[in-house]
Design a protein around this ligand. Structure first.
Ligand SMILES: C[S@@+](CC[C@H](N)C(=O)[O-])C[C@H]1O[C@@H](n2cnc3c(N)ncnc32)[C@H](O)[C@@H]1O
Length: 246
């Protein structure tokens, strides 16, 4: 993958607003450090709450980076760069990959490349932190026909620039490649304009695969928690949070 499927930035940002508790968690994890890099920083939602002198973010989506620039101002360094190949010429005390961003890497080579870049950009003793939807249960329980290639389900209503949209979702699940590709259809409620589709391609990684990739990249002290309060992972955990040292 060298580019992302098209997804208008304003619709994306209005729908994908993070996981409860994530902003406070990342703010805590970055308290007192002098530098932080966010991979897949989107519209700057996370970088905005970090009280860190040197903040940097990278993303491949031009529209989201533009929104991040408007939100964060010139003090934050934003890069149009790929999380699998970036070279920023400096190291960071924290590198973050929030909100299931790790699932944007669609095969093992992508993940190995990304985590290798993370290791190369972490200060010695610096910490790499990511969080994601815990997909192990989904893997175990869900067959492709349970998801239904052609079934649209109504998700929510969002408002963008005064225009309300009903959002429908359709997913395609391929257990052999661990791929779940989701199309969101945004249907304007009050104007007779066309609906807008946005697509997200993901690979649902299992916990042991994540731990293996972190270790293979030479990252140390790998820990996986079942939530932002660092509780142990259990079958009830909806998310996991992973930390590893450079
Ligand atoms: C789930 S979103 C998370 C956005 C933001 N971190 C947040 O928490 O709100 C994943 C982000 O990663 C970006 N992305 C996907 N693949 C990428 C890649 N290979 N390199 C850089 N950014 C990528 C997407 O454009 C998107 O902004």
């Amino acid at each position: 993958m060298t580019s992302l499927p098209p997804y208008p930035a304003s619709l994306y940002a209005a729908l994908h607003t993070g996981t409860e508790g994530d902003l406070a968690f990342y703010a805590r994890e970055c308290a007192g450090v002098s530098s932080v890099l966010e991979l897949g920083c989107g519209d700057g939602r996370v970088l905005q709450v970090l009280d860190v002198p040197h903040r940097a973010g990278l993303d491949l989506h031009g529209g989201l980076l533009e929104a991040a620039g408007a939100r964060l101002g010139p003090g934050v360094q934003l890069h149009t760069a790929d999380m699998r190949t970036f070279e920023l010429g400096r190291r960071f005390e924290r590198i973050l990959l929030p909100f299931s961003g790790v699932y944007c890497m669609l095969d093992d080579e992508d993940i190995a490349a990304c985590f290798g870049r993370v290791r190369a950009h972490l200060e010695p003793g610096g910490v790499f932190i990511l969080d994601a939807y815990r997909a192990d249960g989904f893997h175990a329980d869900c067959e492709p026909e349970d998801v239904g290639d052609d079934d649209w389900s109504e998700l929510t209503v969002i408002e963008v620039d005064g225009q309300p949209y009903t959002v429908f979702e359709r997913s395609r699940w391929r257990p052999d490649t661990q791929r779940i590709d989701v199309t969101y259809r945004h249907v304007p409620l009050t104007q007779r304009t066309a609906s807008v589709d946005g697509r997200i391609e993901q690979r649902y990684l299992l916990r042991h695969q994540l731990e293996g990739h972190l270790a293979d990249a030479g990252l140390r002290d790998v820990e996986v928690f079942g939530g932002f309060d660092r509780r142990p992972v259990s079958r009830a955990s909806e998310h996991w949070v992973a930390c590893a040292r450079g």
